[in-house]
Design a protein around this ligand. Structure first.
Ligand SMILES: [Zn+2]
Length: 180
């Protein structure tokens, strides 16, 4: 299980570098990221969130958790329409807020075997891809909120972290992993 960085950790602001080689080490990391994401539980996880500053992410928006998707060096080629979705983030536990994004996107990436592919995504999958790609650019969804709301989020998270610390160190880590 990997540790997920939490807002306002400055490492979440790192702009990830392109993946140069799709090798066994990357494959193992992808497996660990899926395991961490499913356990959290979450529907997407960008490498940035586990302190790996390379451009890839894992996603599974299916109910049954049986449709894993891997995007390596993803690019958005086209955007259509607009949608508003109440987003949450494993790096900002317990906080949900409306974010406006494109409704439909065409994405190009490499799959986990290093093979290029292109796809159209809409609805929740489109939200998730755009959210995870933001992480690779050092952006967190709370950046879309007003400065006042963002400050409220920061205070709420600081208070929660203090309570966890008071509850005991070892437990605190365990608890954090299971929060969404
Ligand atoms: Zn996120």
């Amino acid at each position: 299980m990997l540790t997920i960085l939490e807002f306002p950790d400055p490492r979440l602001r790192t702009r990830a570098q392109p993946v140069e080689r799709v090798d066994d080490a990357l494959s193992r990391l992808i497996d660990d990221m899926f395991e961490t994401m499913y356990a959290a539980p979450g529907i997407g996880l960008a490498a940035t969130q586990v302190d790996v500053h390379r451009r890839f992410m894992v996603i599974d928006v299916s109910e049954e958790k049986n449709a894993p998707l891997v995007f390596i060096n993803p690019e958005i080629l086209e955007k259509q329409g607009a949608q508003t979705y109440q987003e949450g983030c494993l790096s900002v536990p317990g906080i949900y807020a409306d974010v406006d994004r494109a409704d439909r996107i065409r994405v190009r990436a490499l799959d986990r075997h290093g093979q290029p592919f292109e796809m159209w995504a809409d609805g929740l999958l489109a939200v998730c891809i755009q959210h995870e790609m933001d992480h690779l650019d050092g952006k967190v969804f709370v950046d879309y909120l007003s400065p006042f709301k963002r400050e409220q989020v920061r205070k709420r998270l600081a208070k929660a972290a203090k309570e966890r610390a008071a509850a005991g160190g070892a437990d605190a880590d365990e608890q954090r992993r299971h929060t969404i």
